[in-house]
Ligand binder design. Structure first.
Ligand SMILES: [Zn+2]
Ligand SMILES: [Zn+2]
Length: 81
């Protein structure tokens, strides 16, 4: 299974023709030429985000940085003036 990392979790990528929004998959993807049932090329602007169902290249899901677990917020009073 091919996945995409979103906020530290792995989501199965959405193949062409399997979008939640109905998409005409009777012709290859106009952007990356994927055939129905194939995954888009990474960065294709047609690929749907498996999390929010908007365009994967433009939604914020993969742009957001995962929370940094190494950062202890309770010890934050040593900031320089
Ligand atoms: Zn595509
Ligand atoms: Zn998204």
């Amino acid at each position: 299974m091919v996945t995409v990392q979103i906020l530290g979790a792995a989501y199965a990528r959405v193949a062409f023709g399997e979008e939640r929004r109905r998409w005409d998959a009777s012709v290859p993807c106009h952007d990356c030429n994927a055939a129905k049932g194939q995954l888009h090329v990474l960065g294709c602007d047609v690929e749907e985000c498996p999390k929010c169902a908007s365009h994967l290249v433009t939604c914020d899901c993969t742009n957001a940085e995962p929370a940094d677990d190494d950062d202890d917020a309770s010890e934050r009073d040593d900031a320089d003036p």
